[in-house]
Unconditional design. Sequence first.
Length: 413
Amino acid sequence: MTVERRMHLRARQQSEPILVSPPLSSATSYPFDAAPFWWLWNAQQWHSANPSRLRRRAFLMGIVAWLPLVVLTALQRGAGSVDAWFTPLLDVRILARYLIAIPVLMLGEPAYIARLSGIVRHFQRAGFVRRADTTRFTRTLARSHALLANHFVELLIVLIAYALVVPFLSPELSRGNAGWQLQSATENPRLSSNAQWWLIVVSQPLFLIYVMRWCWRSVIWHRTLRCIGRLDLNLVPAHPDRAGGLLFVAQSIPALAPFGFALGAALAGAMAGSTSPRALDLMTLAGAAGVLLGTLLAIAVGPLCWLSGPLRAAKLRGIVEYGELAVRIGRRFEARWLRERRFVTSDALSSSDFSATIDLYSVVTGVYGVRPVPVKLRSLLKLMVATLVPFLPVLLEIVPAKDVLHVAAKLFF
C-alpha cells in the first residue's frame, strides 16, 4: 500500500474509534505458546508451566545428553581407572554443549514465549490495529500458532538433525564384515567409540532439535511481523519513543539472549576443547564469535525491518500534518508578537504563548526524528553481551588477563 493510499484511508477513518475488540482466544492470546515436540517436552502451556518442573526437565535433558558419554567411556576404557572417568568428565566440549547449552535453551523458552506473546497482544491493547484489520490480525496469530505446532515441521526437524550428524559416520567395509566406523573417534580421543555412538544417536540430535526449535519460532516471529507490517497500523508519529509507539517491539531482541548464550557456550566450548594440533589464535576466535554474533543480530533485527514501511508512512503523514499545524501556530505567534508590535511588558514573560509554541515545535522535531526501524541500542547490547560472555574464558587462554585488562582500561578510561 502506497503512502498516499494510507493517508487517504486515514483521512476517511479519522472518526473511527480506537479498536475495542473481544478478548483473544487461547491460540491468539499466546500464539507462540507452542513449538515442535511440545507434546513430548511439556504437556502444559508454557505461560502457565510450573518453573520447578521446567528446571527438573532441563536438568534431566542435560543429564541424558551428557552423563552416558562419561559412563560409556569409563566402562569401555576401564571403570577402575581414575583417568578413564576424569578424561570425559572434564571434556569442555560436551560439558558446554550438553550440560550447559541444552538446559539454557529449555529454561529460556518460557521467557521468550512470554515476551513475544506480550508484544503481539500489545498491538491490540494499545489500539495499533484498526477495527477493519481485526480479523486479519487474529487470523495471523492463529496461523502462527498452528505453524508452530505443525507435525510436519517436527518430522522435518528430526530429519535435518540426523542429516547433520550423518557426516560423523563413514561406511567402511572390512573383510567378511560390513559396518559403520566412527570417524570422530579419532577427532575426540577423550570419548570412546561407544560414547561416540551415543553422542551421534542421542546427544547431538537432541541439541540440534532444541536449536531448531528456537530457529523455527524465530521464523514464525518473522512471518508474524511481516503480516502485521502489512496492516494499516494506527501509529502516532509524535510518540516520544521516536518509533510511532512501536519501540516496545524491540523487547524481542534481548529475549533472544538465552539462545545467544547457549550457542556461544557451545561454540566456545568446541574451540576451547579442540584436540587439533594447530593452536587457537586470536583471529580465529574473533572470526568465529563475529560470525555468530552477526547471525544472531540478523535473526533479532530482521523481523523488525517489516515495520519500517508503516513507520515511513507515519513519518510522512506526521511531517505533513504536524508541519501544517506548526506553520499555523507560528504565523499566529508572529502576528501577535511581531507584526502587531505590541508594547512588551513584564507580563510577557509569563505568557503561555511562548511555552505552547516551544512545546509544539519540540513535538514536530520528534516527528522528523522517527526511527526507520524500531530498535534501540540497549536491546542490542544485552544480546551481544550474552552471546560473547562464553568466549571470555577462551580469550583468557589465548591472551593473558593482564593484557586484556590493559586494553579495556585504554578503551574506557
